[in-house]
Design a protein around this ligand. Sequence first.
Ligand code: F6P
Length: 327
Amino acid sequence: MNKIKNIGVLTSGGDAPGMNAAIRAVVRAAIYHDLKVTGILRGYEGLINADFIEMDRKSVANIIQRGGTILKTARSDNFRTKEGRKKAFEQLKGHQIDALIVIGGDGTFTGAHLFSQEFGFPVLGLPGTIDNDLEGTDFTIGYDTAINTVINAVDKIRDTAESHDRLFIVEVMGRDSGLIALRSGLGVGAEAIMIPEANMGVEGLITRLESGRKDKASKIIIVAEGDEIGGAFNVGEVLKKKFPAYDIRVSVLGHIQRGGSPSCMDRVLASRLGVVAVEGLLDGHSGAMVGQKDKEIVFTPFDHAIKHLDAKEISPAWMKLVEILSL
Ligand code: F6P
């Protein structure tokens, strides 16, 4: 017989649009299955400190459309230690919480992996990060909204770039992953995209610009913050020296990419995965992230989900697309 009666839910790491939709789905699915749900505030830090709130149907009303996370989030150094995780386990036991759903990215799942291994505690994860850098799901919750935020911003930059015949270097988020840069760059028709996975380097960029159309005065270069060249301002300095005739400006989009109302795609993904996570725990699944691949639900062990294998999506063929389309 399944002993799960009370599920704890938390959001951890960088927030992502759609986290609230995921929390709502977890709470509503748990109530549907006659379970209690405990909200854990500020991620693993709140778990260690027993910062708990009881959640009901109403506590998740009117949040599906809101960015951020009503449970707040944090990156916890304490949970990286064995003592921290032991304290967390004791808090769960002490408060009769029988299983955990963690919503976050690779840092969150690294902690969840250790925790479920050490204590044999039932844990499932939902992929909540704008970076889309998890194996085991085609898209993470928040990614679609973030890339749409980027294209809306860069479309505006393109207007002014065009009016002034300027070259803009736009930096987007993605500490370890160029997926935001790649998709949004294709979406805005960028002249070049610099991402850690492709290693274009500044020489490659210069060659691209030298061989590009000379009659096209406005240009947009998208740089992922994780690119080894060291960010948009560095690229700007190098290009200013190399191409003194260009009128160059730099724009760093920053945290606007993490906020805002989630897209329909993120809301639906979060809703579906949230329900599956609750039912997955009841079916005995644990130690895995719940994702969606080719429209099918997939449970991927945490240690596999964080391997970044999906970086393979950035094949030379994608980079070739950028080159062909920026003619
Ligand atoms: O992991 C999501 C992410 O938005 C990365 O793309 C970015 O590098 C990082 O978080 C920024 O973190 P912080 O908000 O702590 O500066």
